[in-house]
Design a protein around this ligand. Structure first.
Ligand code: CTP
Ligand code: MG
Length: 381
């Protein structure tokens, strides 16, 4: 089922205080980006992020590296913001409407919601039981009567609908009315809503202390894996070498089936290693003619996509080039910039360095050039 998402992020986060909560860092990255990554990994064809009008510019910069994501201005209430998102989304069968204030979304929840629509449900949302007693209270904070908890669930987002249904439900809703969530709008049309098992990590950041709680929950089932990669290529005829995506003039070339970029090949193997996904030769066999002369950027993008599919986030990469010549120093920063751009990492988390082998061995005799790399990934345990 082709699906898109509307992620509402136009609130001020007054109860959480400080800058709007959806843009504040959570586990080292702006909270909004976590939901976008989960939706893209799950296969979203299009995502509309709805933000306050003064946040359109900053939000566009934040999502600049993400394909299939665009930004729209929202409205005074959540309902207005959802309306803006639904008006902007394109040609999809289903739409998930999600609070940016719930960054703990996983691709598994997205799949479960789509599966419910797939078996004919009108709408679906994640929900959890209410373990605490519920009490009505007076203005002075004194308990009044207890509310029945049986048959009560707390409902989370994303909430999933067929696009035409939810558009029709919003069109039928009184203009200016404000709804707690989108299920309420859909239910007003008489539709049945399927509740699937929610996830503690889908808690909504509402108060200042929620950031620390959610960070703990989100990191509980993740582990850090370090992958290692090695590559070497022989020198041959030529007037340049390509290393970490940068063309360097030289009095020799590198012999290889693809562009012989040993730096990026070692890095691809390091990422594959952290994912336990075999090696570059298994993914791009040298026997396959289509990889002849191939730009290694394709291999690196492939490795990064495999990591995203596995729900992994790349934290840091470190490439070491081993050669007497050409001198790497003058090209080091260009190599870091190219690598950072392809992997979508900040420059401070991309290291490229070089060493000679003091004229010893095959590298010292300049028969060829070698590279080693490590990649540090955080991934589900
Ligand atoms: N939201 C929105 N447009 C609004 C109000 C809220 O897009 N006019 C979004 C928020 O950004 C959030 C979600 O709706 O992702 C749920 O709202 P809530 O938790 O109430 O967030 P805020 O309104 O930002 O917080 P507060 O009520 O504490 O100010
Ligand atoms: Mg609010």
């Amino acid at each position: 089922m082709k699906f898109g998402a509307v992620v509402v992020a136009a609130g001020r986060g007054e109860r959480a205080g400080g800058a709007p909560k959806q843009f504040r860092p959570l586990l080292g990255r702006p909270a909004l980006l976590w939901s976008l990554e989960a939706l893209l990994t799950a296969g979203a064809a299009e995502i509309i992020v709805v933000v306050a009008s003064e946040q359109v510019g900053p939000a566009e910069r934040l999502i600049a590296a993400l394909d299939r994501v665009s930004v729209r201005p929202g409205g005074a209430t959540r309902t207005d913001s959802v309306r803006a998102g639904l008006a902007a989304i394109g040609d999809v069968d289903a739409v998930l409407i999600h609070d940016a204030a719930r960054p703990g979304l996983t691709p598994a929840v997205v799949s479960a919601l789509l599966a419910a629509l797939g078996v004919g449900e009108n709408a679906a949302a994640p929900a959890l039981p209410v373990p605490d007693a519920l009490m009505r209270v007076d203005a002075g904070g004194h308990a009044l009567d207890a509310l029945a908890r049986d048959g009560v669930m707390r409902v989370q987002t994303p909430q999933a609908f067929r696009l035409n249904d939810i558009r029709a439900a919003y069109a039928a809703a009184p203009a200016g009315a404000s709804f707690a969530d989108d299920l309420a709008v859909m239910r007003a049309t008489g539709a049945r809503v399927r509740l699937i098992t929610g996830d503690a990590r889908l808690m909504k950041i509402t108060y200042p202390e929620d950031f620390a709680v959610l960070e703990r929950l989100m990191s509980a089932n993740r582990i850090v894996c370090v992958g290692h990669g090695v590559d070497a290529h022989r020198f041959g005829e030529g007037d340049h070498v390509t290393l970490c995506g940068v063309r360097i003039p030289h009095d020799k070339g590198l012999v290889g089936h693809s562009d012989a970029d040993a730096g990026w090949h070692a890095l691809v193997d390091a990422i594959l290693g952290a994912l336990a996904e075999g090696d570059i030769g298994a993914h791009f066999p040298p026997s396959d003619a289509q990889w002849k002369g191939a730009d290694s950027e394709r291999f690196l993008r492939h490795a990064a996509q495999l990591a995203a599919k596995a729900g992994a986030t790349l934290q840091h990469v470190d490439v070491t080039l081993l050669c007497e010549r050409p001198k790497i120093g003058p090209h080091r920063d260009a190599m870091r910039e190219r690598t950072a751009a392809v992997l979508g990492l900040p420059l401070a988390r991309v290291s490229v360095k070089a060493t000679t082998t003091e004229r010893m061995g095959f590298l010292g005799r300049e028969e060829g050039l070698a590279a080693q790399a490590t990649a540090t990934l955080e991934r589900p345990a």
